[in-house]
Write a protein that binds this ligand. Structure first.
Ligand code: F6P
Length: 547
């Protein structure tokens, strides 16, 4: 075994030229049981990683990396509440949010499990009273529309989960999510709402985020104007935040405020009170199933040996492509319309966590870190960008996700969807040789000269790697397990790259500069500050907006 990270990295790099000589087609031909050997199930998910460019030796070298980075030690540190968010000196305890009620999780010597249960119970009571019509608006009508105002982790998780779990949602509640500070987002949302049946949730960990606070103020102004009195605000506005004082200052009734803790990162917060819209949509029982799916994945991640550990394997395979093959991006391709927003959710989770170039101790990373995450649902993507995945000059590893059963079993739709799901990974793996292409063209009676011209365009090299992730159906439990799987994948990669996956200093500079620019946009006078580009743009904006 390569015991130090440096040796483990070197051994992996030394092995890459051998891998580059292989073709997935040959790996399958040589090992008829490759699927059986390279697939596993946990927490209701099946991972098939057989269509990846790896051999048993590759896996061994990747596992060495995990061992050399002391992954087991770091997993325990996370679960036990040690302050592994080193730059913010915080614990990382989103796993405690879905822990068993009998577990004890200590943070600064205090068991956080009872605190979590108390907030969760309050959230559930609130959600239930809205769902069953006990809690009503100022004209005594039940609520029909829930508007979550938040951004980033305070938006993407609840928005994605509410959409993913639409069939489990209360049909009498319409969910809306407003995130962008572009006035269009809040205006278009408010246009369709009645004040007396609308409930606003202001979701912000810090309660200082410019976009959220601006949208929240606009919503409150609209509400007061439409309802005719600020007195009604208390019944129509709730808040989810760690910043009690700012919530109070905003004028939200403390009884409608739900807290969480600094050890819950924004992009890991859907399990906390930030999940309130999800509780409102799907109800307490389903929300608890959502948590239990994540908890099952936590148990698997914490206890399964690395070679049989889904998040660890996904992380190691990702590292193989990022660091061994220089891949810059990774695609998330859910074959499920309800998971339409999963790519955007994983994008924040992965890119805000591992988009770093400095190690935990502050030196520059030697290895390339987090890839660009992107994607869209199949089969839409097939008719848009799959061309590049099949025949482009860049290798793009991808995760394909699909449920075995549809929650909308109409006609042949699901069979057709899944046929495409299976066909795409097969095509990406096998490709089509020139020989096969020529045989096909010859069968169509193409002339030899046309064939010479056409054949190169129609050859697929194949050898393009994919993971397939299947589950029986998309329900709250499965969704919980899926999200937790990606959380732990990201964690594992962060540990191996030796970066702090739990801060996000990279978003600060732009925020600060925007604050400085806001007053400069007042009035018609041109500014004389900034570089020539920024100055030119600001002054053109000022001229044009007044024309
Ligand atoms: O700007 C990035 C970020 O801090 C994310 O990490 C976070 O999810 C989002 O902004 C929203 O932050 P808050 O919940 O504090 O409004």
């Amino acid at each position: 075994m390569n015991r130090t990270p440096a040796r483990a990295w070197q051994a992996l790099h030394d092995h890459i030229p051998d891998l580059k000589k292989l073709h997935l087609r040959d790996l399958f031909a040589a090992h008829p049981r490759r699927f059986e050997d390279c697939s596993l199930e946990a927490a209701g998910l099946l991972l098939d990683y057989s269509k990846n460019l790896l051999t048993p030796r590759t896996l061994e070298l990747l596992l060495d990396l995990a061992r050399a980075a002391d992954l087991s030690g770091w997993i325990e540190k996370m679960f036990r509440g040690e302050k592994i968010n080193v730059t913010e000196n915080r614990a990382v305890l989103h796993t405690a949010l879905r822990a068993d009620a009998r577990d004890r999780v200590l943070c600064d010597g205090r068991d956080v499990v009872p605190d979590i249960a108390a907030v969760r119970n309050a959230c559930c009571r609130f959600a239930e009273s809205v769902r069953n019509g006990e809690r009503r608006g100022y004209t005594d009508k039940p609520f029909t529309d829930i508007v979550n105002i938040g951004i980033g982790g305070s938006d993407l998780g609840p928005a994605m989960a509410c959409e993913a779990l639409t069939p489990f949602g209360a049909p009498h509640l319409r969910m809306h999510f407003v995130s962008n500070v572009d006035g269009t987002h809040i205006s278009e949302t408010l246009k369709n709402l009645q004040p007396d049946t609308s409930l606003f949730i202001i979701a912000s960990k810090t309660f200082t985020t410019l976009e959220t606070m601006t949208n929240a103020r606009t919503a409150r102004q609209w509400f007061i104007q439409k309802s005719g009195s600020p007195e009604h605000v208390a019944a129509h506005f709730a808040a989810v935040s760690t910043n009690r004082e700012a919530v109070r200052a905003f004028g939200i009734d403390p009884a409608s405020m739900f807290g969480f803790w600094d050890w819950v990162g924004g992009r890991y917060s859907v399990w906390s009170a930030i999940g309130l819209p999800v509780m409102l949509a799907i109800g307490e029982r389903n929300f608890r199933d959502f948590l239990s799916g994540a908890h099952a994945m936590d148990g698997h991640f914490r206890s399964a040996p690395f070679e049989r550990n889904i998040p660890v394997l996904l992380a190691l395979i990702g590292i193989l492509y990022r660091n061994g093959f220089g891949c810059q991006t990774h695609a998330i391709l859910p074959y499920d319309q309800y998971l339409r927003r999963l790519p955007a959710y994983i994008q924040q989770l992965d890119m805000e966590s591992n988009g770093k170039h400095v190690t935990r101790s502050g030196t520059r990373c030697e290895a390339a870190t987090g890839p660009v995450i992107w994607g869209a649902p199949g089969t839409d993507g097939q008719h848009a960008f799959f061309q590049l995945i099949h025949q482009g000059s860049t290798l793009i590893p991808a995760d394909f996700l699909a449920p075995a059963a549809s929650l909308n079993p109409v006609g042949l739709h699901h069979t057709l969807l899944l046929a495409n799901f299976f066909a795409q990974t097969e095509a990406l793996m096998n490709g089509r040789t020139e020989e096969e292409v020529r045989a096909g063209l010859a069968a169509g009676n193409m002339s030899p000269s046309d064939m010479d011209f056409q054949a190169p365009h129609r050859v697929f090299d194949g050898n393009r790697p994919t993971n397939s992730i299947m589950f029986k159906q998309l329900d709250p439990r499965t969704l919980g397990a899926l999200i937790a799987m990606y959380e732990h994948k990201v964690f594992t990669q962060g540990i191996i790259w030796d970066i702090c996956s739990f801060d996000q200093w990279g978003v600060e500079l732009g925020k600060q500069l925007a604050q400085a620019i806001i007053p400069e946009l007042d009035g018609p006078d041109p500014v004389a500050t900034h570089d020539s580009s920024t100055r030119g743009l600001i002054n053109t904006f000022k001229r044009w907006r007044s024309e």
